[in-house]
Design a protein around this ligand. Sequence first.
Ligand code: SF4
Length: 751
Amino acid sequence: MSATRRQFLVASAATSALAALGKPTKAFSAADGGIKWTKGVCRYCGVGCGVYKGVRDGKLVAIKGDKENHNKGFVCLKGFLLPQILYHEDRLTHPLIKKNGKLVKASWDEALDLVAKKFTESVKKNGKDSVAFYGSGQAYTEESYAANKLFKGGFGTNNVEGNPRLCMASAVGGYVTTFGKDEPMGTYDDIDHADVFFLIGSNTAEAHPILFQRIARRKEADPNVKIIVADPRMTPTGRIADIYLKFKPNTDLFVLNAFAKYFVDNDLVDKEFIKNHVAFGKGKAADQNWDAYVAFLAPYTMEKAAEVSECSIEDLEAAAKLFGCKKNRTMSMWTMGINQRLRGVWGNNLIHNLHLITGKIGIPGSTTFSLTGQPNACGGVRDQGGLCHILPYGRLVKKPEHRAEVEKVWGVPAGTISDKPGKHALAMFQALETKDIKCIYIMCTNPGQSLPNVNRYRKAMADPDTFVVVADIYPTRTTELADVVLPAAAWSEKEGVFGCTERRYQLEHQVVLPQGEARADFDILVDLAARCGYGKLLPWKSPDDAWEELLLLGKDTMYQIGGITRARLRKDHGVIWPCPTEDHPGTKLRYVKGEDPWVPKDYPHRIMFYAKPDNRAVVWFRPWENAAEMPDEEYPFFFTTGRVIEHWHTATMTGRCKELTHAKITSEVEIHPDDAKKLGVRTGDGVRVTSRRDSLIFPALVTDNSQPGLVFVHMHDAHLDRMCNRITIDQFDPGSKEPTFKICAVKLAKA
Ligand code: SF4
């Protein structure tokens, strides 16, 4: 497909031409009578679009959007083509064990007995923390919970992590430090009320297409709606922008502080809101106050912001004015461009600051709203506590009372859960390198491609002295490194709960049988637990039983999920927590009196944040800093990575859909015409991209979407010669431990 044809595809898909409004594919509309439709959820991005799954003769044959769900019947191209992900000839259909360096067919008994033996022996010989679990924001909540319970309550290690550490950890850090609890306070409905959208570090059109479409429709319906897009690249998201801030990479934190200063200088702050709801720079800076904040902002002038970011002062001021104007309801959205940074948490804090000082929060259309990459990063990992430092529903490993609450529900002796946080994702794979961790169980994710500076971690996984188990539906860059591969049932071949970006929990029904001998991850973990001697810990017959336990754990917490029963999930098109009782409608405006059941009816103000001790959200003083690796004389270019609309993550699934692969799979290096001219490169020429980690050749795509000094490569290409994470750097945010995928330094040469 030519670039021009693809550009048309991107443009169409990003708006509506390729979205399906509640209709099955054309081929099946006539034969609808032969198809049984069952409600479900798209298994790709964190938008969590409701779908209907059409089954005929025991096979999933079609998808249509669910009109009664938030997506109002629309799905994007990837969602539309979901049936293909079940039936590619590459599906893993039986267990494999590595023998003499080769993966060979094995029985389930043979494979699981070997895994049980290796893990239990390692715990006995090397200690509890010699084993680890690395999961996924794509596994169902019950699956992640089963693993969390087996490792923390059974093996006794908090070495439980997941790939949401690679994408959402900084957003979690931002929400927790600013508001006192994780997860956004608003929902997608805010889009229908906003006057101004501030999209920063998010190519919404390609990464979250159905939300982008909703934003575009809002603007179409009301020409007064304004859209500000801030991104170092011009992406398809910019096509509907009124103001496009193409800032120099890594200058966004300066710009965000400059916006705050502009609000202060131009009387756009909400003094009453600040007086009632805001604290300043807690922690080490407990004595700070409004005056100190104003002093902190002093260097962040618009003039300086224009100089640093290389945006025009007119555009910066116009954007700040639109955002801050007292009559406008403003909705900020961001994703990996902010999160995957050395100061990802700070970036999140600074966005929240803008809403807090202007009081643009807790009003329909005025909110801060981080966009999630995976369908169940929120519900299955963040909420369920599937990371090394947390326990279910906002509890912390290091708090004795939180461990005790969980131990009680789990029926395990006091002291079973270790008080020591486990290793975060990168530390976990570094511990494989040093052999501190000897056995790792990887479920539904592909770290052999997705970790930054991936060569290093591929080597650790391939080491014959480490024992790596991978459960997945297709061969991946990780299964090829494994000692045991377990064939997992795919989405729609098993049942479980997804929780998407807007706190909406939805049930995915099983509609077809697994392929070959594949089994649901939930069943595999229950079986493994029994073989390891933890049968009583995971005694469940089905995911329903595990969900009952999760309701108990979440019931009296600020998550209040007690009303989201299985029966309700079977019936409803998603339920948004907090939802304390079965007759509660779910909460669209968290922290708002009369909406959020956690806020007492007699609370003296309209809004009550959860932050302790005074229910005030925190305006943090976060300075602008250099990235972990800045361009220099030797490596003079910024290197960044991201998504394209056709593919998803490491393309394990979309790379097996023929229409999507035809459209685009080969990574190109996007390079600005000025740089291309200097290098003597034209579109299609090979360009060698070299970082301090590795050197790869990509075909060039010369485009002024980029900017001088910046090159971009999409993250989906699994070809070993073009795997972008061989180049990226494995530094991480010191707070969230999220890697800084978005910025490193490279040099270029014509190849
Ligand atoms: S926007 Fe995301 S959730 Fe919705 S159909 Fe597309 S990939 Fe699926």
